[in-house]
Design a protein around this ligand. Structure first.
Ligand SMILES: [Fe+2]
Ligand SMILES: [Fe+2]
Length: 470
C-alpha cells in the first residue's frame, strides 16, 4: 500500500490506474503544472543537476531516495500516508463517528475553500523564491532551496489531487486557478498577504522558511486532524516534507548568527557600521528581519475571535494541531480570555481557536530563538534576539492597524510611523543585505556573511557538488 508506483506518468500510491477518469483529468493538468514551473519556478536552472531527495515510499523506514535530477524531471506525484484502520473523528460535535471517505454535501464549499487556501500557498512560495538561485551563498544552500521548491510543487499536487478526486468540476477549475494566480501580481495575487511579499535575499528566505513554513506546519497539523480522511492522510505525509523546510530556516539563521559572532570577535566590536564594512549582518538588522516575517506570518492564523474557526472545529473539518494533547475535544461550554485593544474579553474557546493555534505556534518559534541566543550568550554578548509581540504590525484581527511596538505597547500613531524602521528593515537595511547577495558556486565555499553548516546532506561532505550548474 505505501509503496509508490513510479512506472506511471504520475507517481502515486493511491491506485490512480484504477480510476481512469481521475487519471485522465490529472494527466490533463500535469502539462499545465510543468508549464507553470517553467515560467514561474526557479529561473535559469532547468538544466542543472540537483542532488534531490524523492519520496519512494511513505513509511518511516525509507521514504526518500537521493540522486542528481534536473528539476523539471522531478517525479512530482500523489502520496498519502497510510490509512488508519477504522479511523474515528477525534474532535467536535461528531467526535467518535467514523471519519469521512467522501465529502459531506453540507461542507463541500467550506472544505474546498480550505484546500484552495492551503494549496495557493505552495506554488506562491516557489514564485516568491524564484530569483534566489542567482545569489546563493553556497551550493549546499542552493540545493536546499531547490529541495524546498520541488517539495512545495509537490504540495500543490497534493491539494490538486484532492480537488480533482473529490470536488468534481469545481475542483478542476480551482486547480487551474491555482496556476493562474501569482505571487505579487497586481491583478491576480495569491490569496494570503505573506505569500505576496517579495523574497529577494537569503536572509528573508531563511526567515520565511523559519516562520512561514512553520505556519504551514501548524495548518497541516490542524488539517491532519480533519474528519475528511483523504485530507488527513495527505497532510500527514506533507508534514514529513515540511520538517526539512524549517530545518533550512533554523540552521540558516543560526549560521548567520554564528558568522556575525565571529566577525564581532575579529573586530572586537558589535558596532553595526563596522560589521557592515566587514560584510557581516549585524544582529540588530537580523532582529528586524525576524520581526518582519514573524509578524507577517502571525496574520496567517486569522482573527483572534472567529465564528468560522468555531464552525470548522465543531463540524470536524479542522482540529487543533496535536489534538491528542488536549483533554476536552468538544469545547462546548469552555471559555478563555482574549486580549483586544478594548481590553480583555471572555470568549468561548471555540471562537478563539485561531488564537489557541497562534499561541502554540509562537511557543514552537521560541525554540530556535533560545538556541541562537545561547550561542550569543556563550560568545559573551548581552544582545538577545526575540519574537515581536503578537500585536505588532498586525493586518488581520483585533490588533489590525494598531500602532503597537514589538514589545506590545500601544504608541501614538505618529510615534509608531516615525519609528517603524527601528523594528522592521528599512530600504537602507534591505539594500545592504542585498549587496551581500553574491553567488558563491564553488563546491565547499561559503559567502562571507554566513558560516558553513555543521554537516553536508545525506552524510556527504560539505565539499560535495550538490548542484552541477551547466
Ligand atoms: Fe508546503
Ligand atoms: Fe514548506
Amino acid at each position: 500500500m505505501s509503496a509508490v508506483n513510479y512506472s506511471e506518468k504520475i507517481p502515486n500510491n493511491v491506485n490512480l490506474a484504477n480510476d481512469r477518469t481521475l487519471q485522465r483529468a490529472l494527466e490533463h493538468w500535469q502539462p499545465h503544472f510543468l508549464q507553470w514551473w517553467h515560467e514561474m519556478g526557479p529561473t535559469d536552472f532547468e538544466r542543472a543537476d540537483v542532488y534531490l531527495r524523492t519520496a519512494v515510499s511513505v513509511d518511516a523506514q525509507g521514504w526518500a531516495t537521493y540522486g542528481a535530477v534536473h528539476m523539471p524531471d522531478y517525479r512530482w506525484g500523489i502520496f498519502l500516508a497510510d490509512a488508519v484502520p477504522d479511523r474515528k473523528i477525534g474532535f467536535g460535535d461528531r467526535m467518535g463517528e467514523p471519519a469521512w471517505q467522501q465529502v459531506p454535501g453540507e461542507y463541500r464549499s467550506t472544505l474546498r475553500r480550505l484546500l484552495v487556501t492551503q494549496g495557493d500557498t505552495e506554488p506562491a512560495s516557489v514564485e516568491q523564491q524564484r530569483l534566489l538561485g542567482h545569489s546563493c551563498p553556497s551550493l549546499y544552500d542552493l540545493r536546499n532551496l531547490f529541495q524546498v521548491n520541488v517539495e512545495e510543487g509537490r504540495h500543490l499536487w497534493a491539494m490538486v489531487y484532492l480537488l480533482h478526486a473529490y470536488f468534481g468540476r469545481d475542483g478542476r477549475e480551482e486547480a487551474e486557478e491555482l496556476l493562474a494566480r501569482h505571487s505579487g501580481d497586481a491583478d491576480k495575487p495569491r490569496i494570503l498577504t505573506t505569500f505576496n511579499e517579495p523574497i529577494l535575499d537569503w536572509l528573508s528566505f531563511y526567515c520565511f522558511t523559519y516562520f512561514t513554513d512553520r505556519d504551514g506546519k501548524y495548518q497541516l497539523k490542524s488539517l491532519a486532524e480533519s474528519a475528511f480522511d483523504p485530507l488527513s492522510r495527505t497532510c500527514r505525509f506533507m508534514l514529513t516534507e515540511e520538517a526539512h523546510h524549517m530545518f533550512v530556516g533554523e540552521t540558516g539563521i543560526g549560521r548567520v548568527v554564528k558568522r556575525t559572532l565571529e566577525a564581532m570577535k575579529e573586530l572586537g566590536t558589535g558596532d553595526p557600521a563596522r560589521l557592515r564594512e566587514h560584510g557581516a549582518v549585524d544582529l540588530a538588522t537580523l532582529q528586524k528581519y525576524l520581526n518582519f516575517w514573524c509578524s507577517s506570518s502571525l496574520d496567517l492564523f486569522g482573527s483572534e475571535i472567529s465564528s468560522n474557526s468555531a464552525a470548522n472545529f465543531a463540524n470536524g473539518l479542522k482540529g487543533r494541531p496535536d489534538e491528542d494533547q488536549y483533554e476536552d475535544h468538544v469545547l462546548r461550554g469552555a471559555s478563555m480570555k482574549v486580549a483586544t485593544p478594548e481590553g480583555e474579553q471572555e470568549v468561548p474557546v471555540l471562537n478563539a481557536l485561531n488564537e489557541v493555534m497562534r499561541e502554540s505556534y509562537l511557543k514552537d518559534c521560541e525554540i530556535g530563538l533560545k538556541r541562537w541566543n545561547r550561542t550569543i550568550e556563550r560568545a559573551g554578548h548581552e544582545f538577545r534576539l526575540s519574537l515581536p509581540s503578537a500585536r505588532f504590525r498586525r493586518a488581520i484581527g483585533a490588533w489590525a492597524g494598531q500602532p503597537v511596538d514589538p514589545l506590545g505597547k500601544l504608541l501614538p500613531e505618529e510615534e509608531y510611523s516615525r519609528r517603524l524602521h527601528e523594528w522592521i528593515p528599512s530600504q537602507q537595511d534591505r539594500d545592504y543585505v542585498k549587496s551581500l547577495m553574491r553567488r558563491v558556486a564553488e563546491p565547499g565555499k561559503m559567502a562571507s556573511w554566513i558560516a558553513p553548516p555543521e554537516r553536508g546532506i545525506n552524510n556527504l561532505p560539505l565539499e560535495y557538488e550538490y548542484v552541477r550548474l551547466s
